[in-house]
Design a binder for this molecule. Structure first.
Ligand code: SAH
Length: 209
């Protein structure tokens, strides 16, 4: 929790409490539906929650922004971000119904008003558009971009144009080489925000929509 308070010093006590109880809720729910790998369940705060909220160092999301978390699993990165950004709306989708049942339960227990969730594949979403798509550990960036593009709003409201933020690890070149040359992308190394060795090769890749 200390690392999170250092990263985001302006969280309210309510938000801090919601973050603090998340590991307990995940531990309980994960016992019956696996949404976090068993070997990682004791590192929830440092490796999953911290990892999720780091996006706020990269972009300042405005009130009323609509975000799609594509392949949210048990709600990552969407739920920790939704706790920290109550004026931003998060729509969390996953192709697996069981995972969405975990998301629904967590949303209810925390009383989050800015989260909706749905059991669907991203390719099947219709009549809804978003300012940004976020996605962690789901698919190679070319695939993600193909799914994301039809779901992005045309009107831009932020310092960067609407687009995709993909949480990645390993070599950034491997992912960026999957994109056609003319695509505008940006690599944000997460080691810029923490000394934790775990993040040394992790980054968030932004691709303009
Ligand atoms: N983002 C979560 C889960 C990663 S596991 C986390 O970081 O913990 C990848 C998830 O993506 C799986 O739950 C899988 O069901 C989902 N997924 C893969 N392709 C998808 C698609 N096209 N549409 C929706 N969900 C998808």
């Amino acid at each position: 929790m200390e690392s999170i308070n250092n990263l985001l010093p302006s969280l309210t006590l309510v938000q801090q409490d919601q973050i603090k109880v998340l590991p307990e809720i995940y531990k309980e729910l994960n016992a019956s539906i696996n949404v976090i790998s068993r070997k990682d369940i004791d590192n929830l705060m440092d490796r999953h929650i911290f990892h999720s909220i780091i996006l706020q160092k990269i972009i300042s999301l405005k009130k009323g922004t609509e975000i799609l978390d594509l392949g949210t699993g048990g709600g990552l990165p969407g739920i920790p971000l939704a706790i920290c950004l109550p004026e931003v709306h998060f729509h969390l989708v996953d192709a697996r119904r069981k995972k969405i049942s975990v998301v629904t339960e967590i949303t209810k227990r925390l009383g989050l008003k800015n989260v909706t969730s749905k059991h669907t594949r991203a390719e099947d979403i219709q009549n809804r558009k978003f300012d940004f798509i976020i996605s962690r550990a789901v698919a190679p960036v070319d695939k993600l971009l193909g799914w994301s593009r039809p779901l992005l709003k045309k009107k831009h409201n932020h310092a960067v144009p609407n687009g995709l933020f993909a949480w990645k690890g390993g070599s950034p070149e491997k992912e960026t080489s999957l994109l056609p040359k003319h695509e505008y992308s940006e690599v944000y190394p997460l080691s810029d925000y923490t000394d934790d060795e775990y993040y040394s090769e992790k980054y968030i890749l932004y691709v303009q929509g």
